[in-house]
Design a protein around this ligand. Structure first.
Ligand code: SF4
Ligand code: SF4
Ligand code: SF4
Length: 231
């Protein structure tokens, strides 16, 4: 048990599948350790009455209403953690904006609307990384993400490189931390954890040219967010 008192933690969903917060639920149900450190609450935007030490937001803000909620939440939170690809880079729900009536579309990243203090990336996010983030924040430390590419973990896992087999993979530009789970299971990395710092998009596009047409490469790079927007 911690010597310090518990901190307050609230969760909130924007447009999402709920998978990210399920990772948090699984974490608390299975290990129950986090409950020794945090009072965890879920809330609806119209019920935010008190301040929280930490608010975890999952999902992508797709409407003006959600933008308003995100701003309200920011005011009530000492620390905001964006959980998962949708909250981090738009994620798979970014394309859904086209299904909404034009006047209701917002299409901004959460970090373009409010200050985001920390990110736990991925679709879904990694449970161990989420725990590390919450424990670092509990003890007042700064939570840092790894800076290297997924390729680093992939090589450590002794996978045969997909690109060398003439198959696409976004591992070289994607931030590691998932233990290259997709490649370990025979699938390509599609960049759900977002770009690693100084990712070389131009070089990635060149590498993919003999494998897939450029427009397809762009499509692949937009599955979880506009990864090539920095080109
Ligand atoms: S990041 Fe993935 S798991 Fe999380 S809400 Fe979005 S689609 Fe669901
Ligand atoms: S398979 Fe993908 S992640 Fe693995 S080394 Fe090759 S490019 Fe990198
Ligand atoms: S290998 Fe790539 S797509 Fe798969 S979980 Fe890791 S970052 Fe996401």
């Amino acid at each position: 048990m911690p010597i310090n008192p518990k901190k307050s933690l609230a969760t909130f969903s924007l447009t999402s599948c709920g998978g990210c917060l399920e990772v948090l639920n699984e974490n608390t149900n299975r290990y129950s350790g986090l409950q020794n450190f945090y009072e965890i609450e879920r809330f609806l935007p119209n019920k935010i009455e008190k301040k929280y030490d930490i608010v975890i937001i999952e999902g992508h803000p797709l409407t003006e209403k959600q933008i308003g909620s995100a701003k309200l939440i920011r005011r009530q939170a000492k620390i905001v953690v964006a959980l998962g690809s949708c909250a981090h880079i738009g994620g798979v729900y970014d394309e859904m904006v086209t299904l909404l009536p034009k006047e209701k579309r917002a299409r901004k990243l959460l970090s373009e609307i409010v200050r985001v203090d920390y990110i736990v990336p991925g679709c879904p996010p990694d449970q161990a990384e989420l725990t590390r983030c919450l424990m670092d924040l509990y003890w007042g430390k700064i939570f840092c993400l790894p800076d290297l590419a997924v390729c680093f973990e992939c090589r450590q896992n002794e996978n045969v490189c997909l690109i060398k087999k003439n198959k696409l993979c976004l591992g070289p530009i994607t931030r590691m931390g998932c233990n290259s789970i997709c490649v370990n299971n025979g699938e390509a990395c599609l960049g759900c954890r977002g770009l690693k710092p100084d990712a070389n998009i131009r070089k990635m596009t060149e590498i993919l040219k003999p494998i897939i047409p450029e427009f397809e490469a762009k499509k692949i790079m937009s599955i979880f967010g506009n990864l090539d927007a920095k080109q």
